[in-house]
Design a protein around this ligand. Structure first.
Ligand code: OOG
Ligand code: MG
Length: 262
């Protein structure tokens, strides 16, 4: 760790202001080149506490940078986590406003909803045993950094670019599916813009949940029963603008969509 408590508080305020006003800022490591991953998670935790103080409920977590397409796209070779609040949720098929975002991108992910607490070092099998159901999801990410360019430390401090999410399609029991072979096709305005299979996510998306529980453990946290977890983008993220209509079709799980408006 290299940041003192005051620097952590200042950086979390800087990120929160960028989110609130949808104004891009320099990546945090430009001013704090010695910042570590542990520092970054301290900033993220300060951000989470600030949201909670303002009455926003944390409903779950997201794993990010868990697939090769995403790591290549962002030039970061290690996964991370971020928190999800109730205020980030949008209903399936709804209109999502882009004017309160900086440069939104859309991702297709498998969402997990848990029925038992997960804590510490857990296996893929333990994650699956604690999973109530899995469901198709869109994540709308929005880096607070200029040009959507960052390094691992900056993006983790920025809550892993979390902005909005949409659950849709058919919830399925995990044992009813092979979670490695869920094909997904993303369309914008009827054109295919990305496609892939769920094994892109660390070989099996439950591995992303296990990774996330390990990171939470290092932060002194557990994943409570009833948590929502986004396991990470299967394909690369695709920029969206007002007027776009996005649909992601998941093999055997239905589809999830959203419209974007100014
Ligand atoms: C970081 C967040 C990545 C995912 O699913 O891989 C992410 C970013 O690319 O801005 O949410
Ligand atoms: Mg994501």
């Amino acid at each position: 760790m290299s940041l003192d408590a005051e620097a952590v508080a200042r950086l979390s305020e800087r990120v929160e202001t960028a989110q609130t006003y949808a104004r891009a800022i320099r990546k945090l490591t430009d001013d704090h080149p010695g910042m570590t991953v542990a520092d970054a998670y301290r900033v993220q935790t300060a951000l989470r506490r600030s949201y909670e103080r303002r009455g926003q409920r944390v409903v779950g977590w997201k794993a990010g940078l868990t697939s090769r397409p995403k790591m290549i796209q962002m030039g970061v070779d290690q996964p991370g986590v971020g928190f999800l609040t109730e205020a980030m949720a949008r209903p399936e098929g709804s209109a999502i406003t882009v004017s309160d975002l900086i440069h939104p991108r859309v991702e297709c992910e498998l969402a997990f909803v848990t029925k038992a607490e997960l804590a510490g070092k857990v296996s893929r099998a333990e994650v699956l045993a604690a999973t109530d159901y899995v469901q198709p999801a869109l994540e709308i990410i929005d880096s607070r950094f200029t040009g959507f360019k960052f390094d691992l430390e900056s993006v983790l401090a920025d809550n892993s670019s979390s902005a909005r999410f949409v659950l849709g399609g058919r919830p399925r029991r995990p044992e009813a599916l092979d979670l490695r072979t869920i094909g997904v096709v993303m369309e914008i305005d009827g054109e295919i813009v990305a496609l892939g299979a769920s094994a892109e996510v660390l070989g099996h998306p439950a591995e992303a949940v296990a990774m996330l529980v390990g990171v939470l453990h290092d932060m002194g946290e557990t994943l409570p029963a009833g948590s929502l977890v986004l396991s990470g983008a299967i394909t690369q993220a695709v920029p969206v603008k007002a007027g776009n209509c996005v649909a992601a079709r998941f093999f055997d799980m239905g589809s999830v969509g959203a419209r974007f408006i100014a």
